[in-house]
Design a protein around this ligand. Sequence first.
Ligand code: AMP
Ligand code: ZN
Length: 470
Amino acid sequence: MQIYNTLSKRKEEFVPIEPGKVRMYVCGPTVYNLIHIGNARPMIVFDTCRRYMEHKGYEVNYVSNFTDVDDKIIKKANEEGVDPSVISERYIAECKKDMSHMNVKPATTHPKATEEIDGMLQMIQTLIDKGHAYVAKDGTVYFRTRSFKEYGKLSHKNLDDLQGGNRSLLVSGEDQKEDSLDFVLWKPKKEGEPYWESPWCNGRPGWHIECSVMSKKYLGEEIDIHAGGEDLVFPHHENEIAQSEAANGKTFAKYWMHNAFLNIDNKKMSKSLGNFFTVRDISEKYDLQVLRFFMLSAHYRSPLNFSAELMEAAKNGYERIVSCVENLKYLEQNTTLSSATKEEEELIARIQSFEEKFDAAMDDDLNTADALSAIFELVKFANTNAKAESSKELLQALREKIVELSDICGLIVEKDAELLDSEVEALIEERTMARKNKDFARADAIRQELLDKGIVLEDTREGVKWHRNF
Ligand code: AMP
Ligand code: ZN
């Protein structure tokens, strides 16, 4: 498999450090709100990478963190008058729900920053001991950027060009830094903020240190793949490399993968710009499998512009696969012929070629757009060749291959039997009763259960209305 490595700026053959195993770390979200569909892009893309590698036979140890201590979380907690952990736990739970509806597998480990403070204190101490970090007057600990000779190797930036030029490196207490390029490892607490004791001051970690520490703890000092959105290349990943390599004396990660942005009106979708849709917003209108399909319909390193038209196209594409599978299943249940005929055996042998096309696309730096095209070609082949008089063997072989390839993309194309209208109405009635009895937990659970089956409820003045997503 070829992977584009941000470090070398070219595609490289993927060779794992340990044969048969992949150690992979993906920077996760800061949890102060529902995730938006921009955040969903790396989740879906790298989950697909993981699934494909598992399909190839690798055992993948996949770690993705939750940043649960951060200015925005603290701000929100203060607004609501609750502890920051109430905010972060709430949105971790919501994020996991969204992930599950997008069919993103849970990571092998989902560490949280606040539970890894000891490891951070240790790594910071090591950096101080090795001369790569220093403690300023107020107890802030800074990384001495120029002490790490390879700084800039990931983002291909030159230290002298950065000097004083990049405001994102400047933080408060600037005057106490030895050099404007130095960045914070540990900072003193402010009034009303959570803090931890440390040898330097009561305070909390800078953002970058958590990933270096969690990656080391759960995957080891050297890992195969480190991934995230392209905005993380600089400074976040550059700083992670500096911290990890300066502390451990080893190459931190072999391959660096970065997804391009999901844009809206050709601008980055982000919380700070306010131009975003949450995954939850989208789930009101579409099955989240459609969102997944939409994300995979472009190569992960190409910017993707979100629009209603493209979502409709994704819906049509996804439904084309689903209805082909449904049709094959129907024919399978009704055919009287079990074994393949001579001609059908030839058709079955040809199915393999679609898988080869699919694999070739995925092997080429995870080209999911071409991989989906290979699935479509197989769907077309199935639609042309599956007939009422086809054998069960042929129908099954076609269906199984479509389901298998879709599953590698994390697309669920074989649906459970749909709820009957009467069953939907009974559940709505039960939800209405639950709400009358103020059992909101049950009411919410019913709404979610229906949503999972593609049924969307709308509370209107005339009562509850509902429709099927597809
Ligand atoms: P954040 O919560 O902002 O730290 O983001 C979590 C992950 O989502 C990171 O890997 C970001 O690079 C990624 N991300 C955020 N916004 C977008 C976007 N509009 N398109 C693609 N990836 C994004
Ligand atoms: Zn990170």
